[in-house]
Design a protein around this ligand. Structure first.
Ligand code: KG4
Ligand code: ZN
Length: 333
């Protein structure tokens, strides 16, 4: 069975083909970063229009790369995300499935992220704890199997990626801010500032990241007047901020493994591409006798492969959708 996956929930057009017994046959991602850079963030209407331009050419490209003309199922991201952007992928995906007379399935974007590590070798065995850290979500999930998810804790305000992006903006870094902030942090002095680790001093697995961005703003405003070197100040704030997010995530993941008794921890979503996070998480989980799993960086951020794979799992278990489709901007996992 071959499944075409289409991801258009935000500012990346991702298309891929997953083949049962083989793995990924072909994949392509087009980033709209340049379209939105001048605005400092994603402009929903521009995102929809660009998905319209790019989705079909990318589908042609992956079919050509795989050397095939059609597939046995089509999966598209049905939410959560920008509604206009979702409608593009869902409309194209549903129409193609109808034309090819194959099943179509709307996939939850975060289930896509959650299952992406299963595309790697070695893949984590069930059950495991997953930390989903993206631009829209920060969640700890107990994963018992495909479709068997229990939310252990999530962010009460900003998602981890969102706080990276907002802090990057405060420091004057270009969009998309997360990777830019992470690379600036490498030049930062880890000893100059120590930012709080929010909500780690009380029990539970909830997160709160909005205060950290405010802390970064206040530090920037008070220090920049007297700073001899504004660039070094920026790097030092970036470093302290990244360290605070990373340590907070590490503390909560250790706690989640202890509370559930699981030994495997899976990280996924855009922020799981962060080098410092991977390094510190590996060290901390190893001391607990646990094992960490990550997708390769290209499968951490938004992509079509994770949607093809999640769709394949659902179609294989007999699920598919009627001709009518209804993407959802908001949709709990
Ligand atoms: O999963 P994703 O591509 O899209 C959403 O579903 O939101 O995640 C994007 C988020 C953005 O906030 C981006 O800044 C962040 O992931 N991100 C990073 C890194 N790479 C991407 N944050 C920190 N360090 C990185 N290396
Ligand atoms: Zn995502």
């Amino acid at each position: 069975m071959r499944v075409l996956g289409i991801e258009t929930s935000c500012d990346e057009t991702g298309v891929a083909i997953y083949e049962e017994g083989y793995g990924l046959r072909a994949q392509a991602v087009y980033s709209q970063a340049e379209v939105h850079a001048a605005y400092g963030g994603v402009v929903p209407e521009l995102a929809s229009r660009d998905h319209i331009r790019k989705t079909l050419p990318l589908i042609h490209q992956v079919l050509d790369d795989a050397g095939i003309e059609s597939v046995d199922g089509v999966a598209y991201t049905a939410g959560p995300g920008l509604i206009g952007a979702l409608l593009v992928g869902a409309g194209i995906g549903r129409a193609l499935a109808w034309a090819w007379q194959v099943p179509a399935i709307g996939v939850h974007h975060m289930e896509g992220h959650l299952l992406a590590p299963l595309l790697e070798d070695p893949a984590p065995a069930f059950p495991f704890v997953a930390l989903l850290v993206s631009g829209g979500h920060t969640q700890l999930v107990d994963v018992l199997g495909i479709g068997r998810y229990r939310i252990l804790g999530e962010s009460l305000d900003d998602a981890a990626g969102e706080s990276f992006d907002k802090t990057a903006k405060i420091l004057g870094l270009p969009y998309p801010g997360g990777p830019a902030l992470a690379s600036l942090a490498k030049q930062g002095d880890p000893k100059r500032f120590c930012f709080p680790r929010p909500m780690t001093d009380r029990p539970g697995l909830a997160f709160s990241f909005s205060g950290l961005k405010t802390h970064a703003l206040q530090t920037w405003q008070t220090e920049r007047e007297r700073a001899a070197d504004a660039d070094q100040l920026r790097a030092d704030i970036a470093r302290a901020f990244e360290e605070a997010v990373v340590e907070t995530l590490v503390i909560k993941c250790r706690r989640a493994l202890r509370l559930t008794g699981r030994r495997r921890l899976v990280l996924a979503g855009g922020v799981s591409a962060n080098r410092r996070l991977r390094q510190r998480m590996d060290e901390a989980i190893a001391t607990l006798g646990g094992q960490t799993y990550y997708p390769r960086p290209a499968l951490c951020t938004d992509n079509g492969a994770m949607i093809a794979f999640a769709g394949y799992q659902r179609i294989k278990s007999g699920q598919h959708e009627p001709l009518a489709f209804a993407p959802r901007a908001r949709w709990p996992l």
